[in-house]
Design a protein around this ligand. Sequence first.
Ligand code: FAD
Length: 371
Amino acid sequence: VHNPNSMSKEYDYLIVGAGLSGSVFAHEAKKRGYRCLVIDKRPHFGGNVYCEQIAGINVHQYGPHIFHTDNKEVWDYVNSFVEFNRFTNSPLACVNGRMYNLPFNLNTFYRLWGVRTPSEAKDKIEEQRKRFAHISSPSNLEEQALKLCGEDIYQLLIKGYTEKQWGRKCTELPTSIIKRLPFRFTFDNNYFNDRYQGVPIGGYNKLISKLLDGIEVRLGVDYIRDRTELNQIADSIFYTGCIDEYFDHSLGYLEYRSLRFEHTLLEIDNYQGNAVVNFTDRSVPYTRVIEHKHFEFGKQPNTIITHEYPNAYKHGEEPYYPINNQRNNELYEKYKSLANQQSNVVFCGRLAEYKYYDMDDVIENVLNLWK
Ligand code: FAD
């Protein structure tokens, strides 16, 4: 980090990516007197938390986003820009036309087996697991899941969903995907265990606008395409794009799992009565239906729903989830060594670090950089 206003180049920092990582970094840099330029190749800011307003409803364009954290500093930080509502994520699973509460809790167990108390539920789960007790070291995800929860939960709520999500059979997936299955022996449908949770009142764009307030942002600018000129105008770079792209994929391509979203405007006020419903049947091609107005308790006359389809990733499409298998992790480590040799570039965020981060992790990481 150099002196503010060193005047050596037009900007102290070129920030590549106007997502949450880039926006928090830019805000903190500006606060300390650094001259910042933020660019993004997309036509909007916000990265994957961006929402498009349609019929007065904030539509989460890149998948449903619920802010949740145990970190009070991060919670206070985001609340200093925008107030958060009391949204609690309580998704449902729909299978064979029946609805089950998630995460697995007493409501789920009651619906599955009619058990009403924690001890009845524990006995039932034990009975289900007993049949698979002989599996001492599971060799694939199916064996792992059966050992952890038995047949009923696996077949109804895990198998189809996981196979759609990863595009492979559970018998071909590694055990590492499901390390443990948290069972909750209370009637509590709150998906997260974190102390703080909510959605910004007015949407995520409001949070990003506040972070970027007073900072120059150029949209539709691709760093990789224009890097020769862009490198001339700033002393240092904060890079939040894909790390393999930065190095022109010289060591190979990192792999991702992608998603496809189909948004539909319906002329009814309430379609499914909940923000998120998972479809765990293999025969249903999508994994989730999102009804966006419920994130903000919307009272609009219409509603917007989104069908979320898992998708194989091809270079040039939107990279959503890193596939952190051995091949990709080793490749990432090689890129990381190259990155460490770049003296004036910081690689940060979900794409530059090839890691799934929740929003609170991203904010915590960037704030830590300034400590
Ligand atoms: P991004 O948001 O991806 O921002 C990177 C930006 O860099 C993008 O805007 C991109 O266009 C830009 N860029 C890339 N390359 C270039 C280039 N060459 N030139 C210019 N610009 C470039 N987190 C939660 O906490 N709660 C949730 O409920 C939640 N749900 C999620 C659901 C889905 C489906 C997914 C995929 C993620 C979810 N997340 C959730 C995680 C959350 O989206 C991330 O933590 C957050 O978006 C990461 O921010 P980022 O700035 O690191 O990356």
